[in-house]
Design a binder for this molecule. Structure first.
Ligand code: UFG
Length: 339
């Protein structure tokens, strides 16, 4: 329970697309625990029914405009949070159309339908991938969007649509949250990343520790960083989820549109993450240093000044070992529970 929001928001209704997925399910949990009324809309392509801990689940696709319209008309959400998306950078390089279709076109479907139904508040899951290769060590929201992979481009396009919609109609408001590297799982092990084909470093490292992969590949050791491997800003999924409560209250209270970075403001190299994963698991899994993966910028770290000031966001889990511990707990429990 998050007491400070309980009283003011207990009747606020939120439609959450992708609420059965990794980040979306943590957001459903956080809003459900805080007393909001939530409804998940998810096609279960990568999400799971059991991960929706609060509210009803509508199993449908965003391309199904009729179903979407019926859902919005019936539920009458005060705001829509849009998580449903494809999120794997290397896959976006090999299958760009899938990304533009799912991330850009389906966002347009959703926006068009919600506008027709009279919903005017929107929270968008964006990504640090919109920045591409930033010029500065840590990147702020006014940096140019120069994505270097189709995943980032597909999200950037959606962000541009949102900006133009707000310019055209001041009653339409949105907050776009640009996530850095989301990781970790629910502290008590109910939900976590359950995508079988996950390419994320922490998940891959832990699956390797469990013996699901023979070895962990480190993609590139010749980057211009302290140890030659890429640096990322890893943020616990529950801190991301809580930022959505703050973003929603901001949106409903201020009636304006904003973009915020969501990251801790410091990073770890791939080698540092591998060392931390070995420490947490006490397993010395095999690591192979190999060539660069396409589409990877060398350093991505958030300048989080704006979200700390604008939303008074105070992250609680800025601790790599805690992040890995929660992910490890999840890795070791979910298969037994659900498969
Ligand atoms: N990496 C490895 N081996 C692996 C997996 C990853 O060396 O098996 C490396 C990658 O090359 C990269 C780093 O670990 O340098 C992080 O890679 P992830 O795949 O975990 O995450 P990305 O940085 O590619 O992307 C993630 C999200 C995106 C988001 C981005 C923002 O998947 O959705 O963070 O920073 F846009």
């Amino acid at each position: 329970m998050i007491p400070e929001f309980e009283a003011i928001s207990s009747k606020t209704k939120i439609l959450i697309t992708g609420g059965a997925g990794y980040i979306g399910s943590h957001v459903v949990k956080t809003f459900g625990e805080a007393g909001y009324e939530v409804l998940t809309y998810d096609n279960l392509s990568t999400g799971n029914k059991w991960s929706v801990l609060y509210g009803e689940l509508i199993v449908a696709d965003l391309s199904d405009k009729e179903r979407l319209k019926k859902t919005i008309v019936k539920f009458k959400p005060d705001a829509i949070m849009h998580f449903a998306a494809s999120i794997v950078v290397p896959e976006s390089v090999s299958s760009p159309l899938k990304y533009y279709q799912n991330n850009t076109v389906n966002t347009l479907n959703l926006l068009e339908t919600m506008m027709a139904c009279g919903t005017r508040n929107f929270i968008f899951s964006s990504t640090a991938a919109v920045y591409g290769i930033p010029d500065t060590m840590s990147v702020n929201e006014s940096a140019p969007m120069n994505p270097i992979n189709p995943y980032g481009s597909s999200k950037m396009m959606a962000e541009k649509v949102l900006r133009d919609m707000h310019l055209a109609d001041n009653d339409f408001n949105y907050v776009s949250l640009r996530y850095f590297n989301v990781a970790g799982a629910d502290g008590v092990g109910r939900i976590g990343e359950a995508y079988k084909e996950s390419t994320h470093l922490i998940t891959r490292a832990l699956k390797t520790a469990k013996g699901e992969f023979e070895k962990l590949q480190v993609f590139g050791t010749d980057y211009p960083t302290s140890d030659g491997t890429c640096i990322r800003d890893y943020i616990h999924v529950d801190d991301i989820a809580y930022a959505h409560i703050l973003a929603l209250e901001y949106l409903l209270d201020k009636g304006t549109s904003e973009v915020f970075n969501c990251g801790y403001g410091h990073g770890y190299s791939v080698r540092e993450v591998v060392a931390a994963a070995k420490k947490v698991t006490s397993i010395d899994f095999e690591v192979e240093e190999t060539g660069r993966r396409e589409g990877d910028p060398s350093i991505l770290i958030a300048d989080n000044t704006k979200i700390k000031q604008g939303l008074n966001w105070k992250p609680k889990y800025d601790d790599l070992e805690y992040i890995i511990k929660t992910a490890w707990k999840w890795e070791n429990s979910y298969r037994e529970k659900y498969s």
